[in-house]
Write a new protein. Structure first.
Length: 143
């Protein structure tokens, strides 16, 4: 069982704009309601949609303009965050000559308190999902 997913994307937009989008807690989770983002470490924002369910997202750490970490329970829709029930998502934003490089690492799949099938399904789904979500991030940042 692989433990982490790693993806990167180059974005031609000001680093400040990219940073503002990346630090919106749960931006990668579709939500039926727009929420005011509380970016304070330790705060939990709940993203919810009729199609995908309810996902709490905790702000773990923010280092201005460079690093953002969040925790969420993607394999357990509707459940609260708890040890063994969540993965860690880390974004790194690196300035480039024409914008920014955004890298994401989602880790903790092998440590989930779940059946191997559930872990594998979550890993596979999120592997595809990060490719799509980073492309969406680029589109929004470059608009």
């Amino acid at each position: 069982m692989q433990d982490s997913i790693e993806r990167s994307i180059a974005i031609t937009a000001p680093v400040e704009r990219v940073w503002g989008l990346v630090t919106d807690p749960g931006w990668w989770v579709p939500s039926d309601v727009e929420l005011e983002a509380d970016r304070t470490p330790g705060q939990v924002v709940v993203r919810e949609s009729e199609k995908w369910g309810r996902f709490p997202v905790e702000v773990v750490e923010l280092r201005p303009m460079s690093y953002a970490a969040f925790r969420w329970a993607s394999a357990f829709p509707g459940e609260e965050l708890a040890p063994g029930r969540s993965t860690l998502i880390e974004f790194t934003v690196t300035p480039t000559a024409d914008g920014a490089l955004v890298s994401v690492i989602e880790s903790g799949f092998s440590k989930l308190d779940a059946a191997e099938e559930t872990k594998a399904k979550g890993f596979e789904s999120n592997s595809e999902g990060w490719t799509l979500e980073l492309a969406s991030l680029r589109t929004r940042a470059e608009a």
